[in-house]
Design a protein around this ligand. Structure first.
Ligand code: FES
Ligand SMILES: [Fe+2]
Length: 434
């Protein structure tokens, strides 16, 4: 694990405190009287003030998944990550760590870097050429002598960045929550054998979903709707989230096949020393997590129609393709699938109360050759289709939340992880507002 933490210079925002007292009281009451076991009231998905509070209490306070190692392998490589009103530069530094800088010029506020990704030495603002070092220090302002000012006071504002098992997280709070250390200890042994440092991007997809970020996350937390994913159903057992006694008759055969596949997967994991147990702490800690290694249908290797591998190159030190999917969910904005032949990362970046960017990235071994070791269309097919279907589901719910006829409905037992996500969200916001 490597970590690079810069001292943040930004002061904590207080959007909540700036709301009129009456409005804040109404919002606080919505959180307080949330009906457990039911979906949220409409304003959680439609109200710009609640979105601002989400940005302050969730995206302003917690560790957010930003990118993977493969997106910035060399010093000077960067990605820009935008969510809500924020734009961050995540830059690989010479020490191998990451610098996280607010992408707001200290002259008159222009975006400094305008590309989604690239490589740079110093950072030059395109407006009047103020130039910053990769650490964010202002090193040059043109028209010298016209105005005297202390350059050391006008560096780019910094935030925190850290890397665990090849995943890069950012936190813009002055003091990030410390229990992420414990969560990192949980997931690092699961992910390390896939060795993200030796992967490359095969494909990255950005979709804008016309839905609140919470609806995107909720949708991902259940497979009650998985009949709507025919491509995914070839490899992902649609009994996910169900337990013995909850299996409907039409899924009994699938359930039995799943049980058999799971026990042979676990046997292989024991042989290779790979952890597979379910760790589920979605709403019982600040850095909520769920991780496990679960079987895939068919040959059990990858997200293909027959379960066979989609890339011929194994990742990291793995010795077997039949490793199912090591799946992880991290509050508040990410989920991942680590397979023997590729990895898929998913990050949700809220735009406003009714739009979210969903970024999906397919990673393969860095020596895998497109057209030889993998076919890009086949590699990405299942999740491209699934993402489009999920986008449609999320958008239907957003439309519903905007209707005066909407009222919260009950979660089914198989939707317990949706409930856990909402519990986590409500707890974190209430702590912030207290
Ligand atoms: S706004 Fe960046 S140099 Fe002027
Ligand atoms: Fe889905």
């Amino acid at each position: 694990m490597t970590a690079s933490v810069n001292v943040p210079l930004n002061s904590r925002g207080k959007i909540a405190a700036s709301l009129p007292a009456e409005q804040l009281a109404e919002i606080t009451a919505l959180f307080e009287f949330r009906r457990t076991g039911y979906s949220l009231d409409a304003p959680f998905y439609t109200d710009p003030s609640i979105f601002k509070i989400d940005m302050e209490a969730i995206f302003g306070q917690h560790w957010i998944f930003a990118a993977s190692t493969a997106e910035l392998p060399e010093p000077g490589d960067y990605v820009t990550v935008d969510y809500g009103p924020y734009s961050l530069i995540v830059l690989r530094n010479d020490d191998g760590g990451v610098n996280v800088l607010h992408n707001v010029c200290r002259h008159r506020g222009a975006r400094v870097l305008t590309e989604a990704a690239g490589s740079t030495g110093n950072l030059v603002c395109g407006y009047h050429s103020w130039t910053y070092s990769p650490e964010g220090n202002l090193i040059h302002a043109s028209a010298p002598g016209e105005t005297k000012f202390d350059k050391s006071c006008f560096g780019l504002k910094r935030a925190h960045g850290r890397e665990v098992a090849g995943l890069i997280f950012v936190c813009i709070a002055d003091e990030p929550p410390t229990d992420f250390d414990e969560t990192a200890k949980i997931f690092e042994p699961y992910l390390a054998p896939h060795d993200l440092s030796k992967t490359k991007i095969a494909y990255q997809q950005n979709i804008i979903e016309e839905g609140n970020w919470k609806l995107v996350m909720e949708n991902n937390r259940e497979c009650y709707h998985c009949d709507g994913h025919p491509e995914l159903a070839c490899s992902l057992f649609p009994t996910w989230g169900l337990t013995e006694g909850l299996i409907p008759p039409h899924l009994e055969e699938v359930w039995n096949r799943n049980k058999e596949a799971q026990s042979s997967l676990e046997e292989r994991c024991r042989r290779y020393g790979l952890p597979y147990e379910v760790v589920e702490q979605l709403d019982t800690r600040i850095a909520g997590i769920r991780i496990s290694r679960e079987s895939l249908d068919g040959d059990g290797e990858s997200f293909s129609a027959d379960g066979r591998r989609l890339s011929k190159k194994l990742l990291g030190d793995l010795r077997d393709f039949r490793l199912g999917r090591c799946s992880m969910h991290l509050q508040p904005n990410s989920w991942f699938h680590f397979l023997g032949d590729h990895v898929i990362t998913f990050g949700v970046f809220p735009i406003n109360e009714h739009q979210s960017l969903v970024r999906t990235t397919w990673l393969v071994a860095d020596d895998a050759v497109e057209g030889v070791d993998y076919d890009l269309e086949k590699l990405t097919y299942t999740w491209k289709q699934t993402n489009l279907q999920d986008k449609a589901f999320v958008e239907l719910c957003q439309q519903g939340a905007g209707s005066p006829a909407y009222e919260p409905g009950p979660y089914m037992k198989s939707e317990y992880q949706v409930e856990a996500f909402i519990n986590w969200y409500v707890q974190r916001v209430q702590e912030h507002l207290a």
